[in-house]
Design a protein around this ligand. Structure first.
Ligand SMILES: Cc1cc2nc3c(=O)[nH]c(=O)nc-3n(C[C@H](O)[C@H](O)[C@H](O)COP(=O)(O)O)c2cc1C
Length: 572
């Protein structure tokens, strides 16, 4: 292993190593998160993984982020004389993997760039110079010699439209780029420590893959037609070698659950335009939190028949306004309008692209058709911030909740009454959970709270999957448990039970002070406890969040905790 460290303050290092016969990984380790991307929520940094396969011919699979320019190129030159590279395989063109393609082309002008048709088109706009290319389709093979026959697998939407996987029959390694990845930066090249990485693996899936669950299942089916897979050489995080079967099967299980959702929303975005794809992802995450499925579709390459099919079976439609200049996108929006039906929900937003079609005339047309508003139109006037992404996630959740409301009411009515009454005898206290992560704040009223361990001191809270604050209660996150006082809880309870619109400041008009962990303490609460999420157990409709506690204080030693007595067990 070679470790190089950049001189700047940011911790950027490079790790190289042999991972299989004739196969070297070049992992760019980005220890410090320096921008907000929805799937970076767990803040464990990330890695950008690139690979060199040396048969008789030599192939480089993906490059790195441009912030690694010097480090990556020096490392590459240390491993190989760049003009000797025959093929540069582009798994997809997102800049964190293809940011240095132009530099590699300068060092190796005769290299043949291998990628899906869309990837090559994107690259033409990106590198602005002629290059040799080879467009590959599903099932195409590239023989590098010495047994390294690469077979390409079409994996569109994982998570870019142009994604391909490359399977090396010689080593049984599959190169999957974003798929099966995670934003987790450590010295470990592989996944030996499953319990440490699994929250990040899941969170990354939820953010990037769940909105494309159907595409995940199609890609898994194609992967199944290959030979045995011994290693998944992903593009982010540790490579999968010890838990290949387990982690791949989780993608299958989670995606099957997504596609079984009774209702779905189709989210139309414009790839490569403004912040359309990122904001759509945040929206999609908010929707999937409610158990509603999502289908993402790129307006700029949408097939009219597919648009029509998706819209006709969806419960809701969300549209990111495309650029005025895109005729294909305008035609696709026309197809959406023609296929839309009353009773569907609609939500429209701008993505700060600079040249968006206006929202109002389109929204009016949907309303005239009888569609109900899934969330109020969102107009992004500045570069998106953390708060913008929160707004989109909450808007998505609102839309999902609108579509599942009737189901929830039905479920509540369907419980057996005697059992229901007996369950209602389980009581709890009244608490407000408050959390702050970066610029984002959240709060919720809770009563399913219980101490759960002595050593270390810990407690559990059952948090419904579609709670806004759920995103701030990931493993490693900190929050405050505010304990309400008997006889003095009404005002706080009433305030936090209000229905807050997406992105609203839930603390407006409430007295708070910052805790040591940064989250707001409610001044009028009886006591508070500082907590850190240690693990989460997934149930059908809730996450049971287990947190250890570091500090706490009671404001009135003789006062009692507010108790919540219930009559029935089918609500809190
Ligand atoms: C008495 C009471 C206790 C509650 N306890 C919980 C709880 O333990 N967990 C939970 O997820 N929601 C609980 N809720 C529901 C949420 O507090 C409430 O719906 C939430 O604040 C709405 O937030 P949202 O906008 O994120 O959906 C409770 C509600 C009430 C009325």
């Amino acid at each position: 292993m070679v470790l190089l460290t950049d001189r700047s303050q940011k911790r950027l290092t490079i790790q190289t190593g042999e991972i299989a016969a004739d196969t070297t990984t070049i992992r760019s380790l980005d220890w410090d998160r320096d921008r907000f991307d929805i799937e970076f929520g767990l803040q464990n940094g990330t890695t950008y993984n690139s690979f060199l396969i040396r048969g008789e011919k030599i192939a480089l699979v993906d490059t790195s982020h441009e912030k690694f320019r010097q480090l990556y190129l020096d490392t590459l030159k240390g491993l190989i004389d760049p003009p000797k590279i025959d093929y540069l395989i582009i798994s997809h063109t997102e800049p964190d993997h293809s940011g240095l393609v132009k530099d590699v082309l300068q060092l190796a002008p005769d290299v043949t760039v291998v990628g899906a048709k869309v990837a090559i088109q994107f690259l033409e706009d990106f590198v602005h110079q002629p290059f040799k290319r080879q467009i590959v389709k599903n099932g195409d093979k590239l023989d590098l010699g010495n047994g390294h026959v690469l077979e390409f697998v079409n994996a569109p939407n994982l998570h870019w439209p142009d994604t391909i996987f490359s399977y090396d029959a010689g080593t049984q390694v599959i190169f999957t780029c974003d798929a099966f990845g995670m934003h987790y930066c450590s010295e470990s090249t592989f996944d030996e420590d499953l319990s440490r990485i699994e929250p990040d693996y899941r969170f990354y899936y939820d953010c990037l893959m769940a909105p494309n669950a159907r595409s995940v299942l199609s890609a898994l089916k194609r992967m199944g037609e290959l030979g045995e897979v011994k290693m998944v050489a992903n593009g982010h995080g540790p490579l999968l070698r010890h838990n290949v079967e387990e982690l791949v099967s989780r993608y299958r299980r989670w995606s099957q659950a997504q596609t079984k959702a009774e209702t779905s929303v189709v989210v139309f975005y414009a790839s490569d335009y403004g912040y359309s794809d990122r904001l759509s992802q945040a929206l999609a995450r908010g929707i999937t939190k409610t158990g509603v499925g999502v289908e993402m579709m790129d307006l700029k390459s949408a097939d009219p028949q597919e648009v029509q099919e998706l819209v006709s079976r969806a419960g809701g439609i969300a549209i990111a306004m495309p650029p005025v200049s895109s005729k294909t996108a305008a035609a696709a929006v026309g197809t959406v309008l023609a296929a839309a039906k009353s009773k569907q929900a609609i939500g429209i937003f701008e993505s700060y692209g600079g040249d968006d079609e206006p929202i109002d005339p389109l929204l009016r047309q949907f309303r005239d058709l009888g569609l109900k508003e899934g969330f109020p139109a969102i107009r992004v006037k500045d570069t998106p911030t953390e708060a913008t992404y929160q707004l989109f996630e909450e808007a998505g959740t609102d839309m999902g909740q609108l579509l599942t409301r009737d189901r929830g009411i039905k479920q509540r009515k369907s419980l057996d009454t005697e059992l229901d009454k007996a369950l209602g005898r389980i009581s709890g206290g009244l608490y407000i959970i408050t959390a702050k992560k970066g610029d984002i704040k959240g709060a919720m009223l809770a009563s399913w709270v219980s101490q759960a361990s002595f050593q270390p001191l810990g407690l559990t809270i059952a948090v419904a999957k579609d709670r806004a604050i759920e995103s701030l209660m990931q493993v490693g996150d900190r929050f405050i448990l505010n304990i309400l006082e008997e006889g003095n809880y009404q005002a706080l309870m009433k305030h936090f039970l209000k229905r807050f619109p997406p992105g609203a400041d839930r603390f407006a008009g409430v007295k708070t002070q910052p805790a040591e962990n940064g989250s707001p303490i409610l001044t009028d609460a009886l006591a508070y406890i500082e907590c850190k999420v240690s693990s989460r157990m997934e149930l059908s409709d809730h996450w049971v969040v287990y947190a250890t506690v570091d500090a706490g204080r009671v404001s009135k030693s003789d006062a009692l905790t507010a108790v919540h007595h219930r009559k029935v067990g089918n609500y809190y």
